[in-house]
Design a protein around this ligand. Structure first.
Ligand SMILES: [Zn+2]
Length: 364
C-alpha cells in the first residue's frame, strides 16, 4: 500500500529570523566568502525552484509555503503508469499538456543566479551541485561557462525533462525526439502548439513542464509508444519523462549518490529552495548529523527552519543577490584562467520572469 503525500510547508516560520538576514548586502557577501573559504573547495550546493523563477519557470510554492497555483494538482506516479482505461486517460492528459508545456522549458535560458552557481563550480569553490530542478538550466549555465564541464558535476535529484525513457526496456531518448513523435501523431495539437509559439500566448506552464487546459477532450490526443521498442521489434512500451513524479521513489543509485555527496563534503550551501520535498530535506538532516556547517540563502519559510542555530545558518534573502555581490568582488582580486572564464560570462544571465509573478520572488 503506497501512501501518497504532497509536501506542504508550515504557514509561519517556526523560528525567529536569524540576525544574518538583516546584514547589509556587502556583509552578507563576506559571510558567504568566509563560509566558502572554510569549505576548502569541498562545499556542496543544493538548489531548488527559487533559482529558476527568473528564467520564467514557476515555483510550486509561494512566499508562505502554499502552492503558488492553488488549482494545480500534479499527476501522481501511480496514475501515470496505471494499466487501465483510467491510466490511459491520465497518460493522454499528461502528454497533451506536457506537449504544449515543454517548449517554454526547453527554450528557457540560464538567469544570473544559474551563472553565479556555475561560476562557484568552475572556480572550484563548490564543484558539486545537487538540484531538485528538472529544467536543465544548471547544465546550460555550466556548459556555457566552463570548457571543463562534466556531466557528473550536477546531480539532478528529481531527474530531468530533457530525456524520456520507456518503462519496459528503459530505452532512453532525448525529449526532443519524443516531442517530434507526438507532433507527427497529433497534427491538430501540433498546430495549437505552433500557434502558441507564434502569438507568445502560451498557456500557464507549471514547473514540471505541464500546462493547464480547460474544456479539452483528451481523447483526441494519441500518446506515441517508445520508438526504440519499435526499432528493436520489441513489445511497444509506454514512455515516461526522466523526472520523479509525486508518489514515486527516487532511484536508489541517485539517492545513494546524493547521500555520498553530503558525507564527503566539507559543508553545504543551500540556495533558493524551501526544501519541501523529503529527498532534499533528508540531505540537510544528514549534513547536520555529520556536523557539516550549513548555510541556507533563500526567501520565506523552509522545512529546515527548526535547524536554525543548531548547525544551520539562514539568510532570508534572494540567493542571487548575495552570490552576485560575492562574485563581483571575488573576480576583482583573483587571477587565473577560470577567473577570466567567469568574468566573461558573469553578467550574461537572462531574466525573463513568468508574467504572473509579481512582487517578492517565490521560492520552491
Ligand atoms: Zn522502448
Amino acid at each position: 500500500m503506497v501512501r501518497i503525500s504532497i509536501p506542504t510547508l508550515p504557514a509561519a516560520p517556526l523560528v525567529a529570523p536569524s540576525g544574518l538576514s538583516i546584514l547589509p548586502l556587502p556583509q552578507a557577501a563576506s559571510h558567504l566568502a568566509k563560509f566558502l573559504e572554510n569549505g576548502k573547495g569541498k562545499t556542496v550546493m543544493l538548489t531548488g525552484a527559487g533559482v529558476s523563477v527568473d528564467s520564467g519557470i514557476r515555483a510550486y510554492r509561494g512566499e508562505k509555503g502554499t502552492y503558488s497555483n492553488p488549482n494545480y494538482k500534479p499527476i501522481l506516479y501511480h496514475e501515470l503508469v496505471e494499466n487501465s482505461d483510467r491510466g490511459d486517460m491520465f497518460r493522454r492528459r499528461y502528454w497533451a499538456r506536457s506537449f504544449l508545456g515543454y517548449p517554454p522549458v526547453r527554450d528557457a535560458q540560464p538567469n544570473p543566479t544559474h551563472i553565479y552557481i556555475a561560476a562557484l563550480q568552475h572556480l572550484g569553490l563548490a564543484p558539486k551541485l545537487i538540484t531538485q530542478n528538472v529544467d536543465n538550466l544548471h547544465r546550460k549555465a555550466f556548459s556555457l561557462l566552463s570548457p571543463k564541464y562534466k556531466q557528473s558535476s550536477i546531480l539532478e535529484l528529481h531527474g530531468t525533462l530533457a530525456k524520456v525513457h520507456c518503462l519496459k526496456h528503459r530505452h532512453e531518448q532525448p525529449r526532443d525526439t519524443y516531442q517530434e513523435d507526438i507532433a507527427n501523431l497529433n497534427p491538430v495539437w501540433n498546430e495549437e502548439s505552433k500557434e502558441a509559439e507564434r502569438t507568445g500566448r502560451r498557456p500557464r506552464t507549471n514547473p514540471d513542464g505541464d500546462v493547464e487546459l480547460h474544456g479539452v477532450d483528451y481523447r483526441s490526443f494519441t500518446v506515441p509508444p517508445c520508438r526504440l521498442c519499435e526499432e528493436e521489434k520489441e513489445d511497444a512500451s509506454m514512455v515516461k519523462p526522466n523526472v520523479v513524479f509525486f508518489g514515486e521513489t527516487i532511484a536508489p543509485a541517485v539517492r545513494d549518490e546524493s547521500l555520498n555527496l553530503i558525507t564527503s563534503s566539507s559543508s553545504l550551501l543551500i540556495l533558493g529552495t524551501s526544501l519541501a520535498t523529503y529527498s532534499a530535506f533528508r540531505l540537510v538532516k544528514l549534513a547536520i548529523e555529520h556536523k557539516k556547517p550549513v548555510l541556507m540563502i533563500t526567501t520565506g519559510p523552509t522545512r529546515a527552519d527548526p535547524f536554525v542555530g543548531k548547525g544551520l545558518e539562514k539568510m532570508d534573502r534572494i540567493a542571487g543577490e548575495v552570490l552576485g555581490k560575492y562574485l563581483d568582488e571575488a573576480v576583482k582580486t583573483s587571477t587565473g584562467q577560470e577567473v577570466e572564464d567567469v568574468k566573461k560570462y558573469l553578467h550574461t544571465g537572462i531574466v525573463k520572469r513568468p508574467p504572473e509573478v509579481e512582487g517578492p520572488r517565490a521560492e520552491g
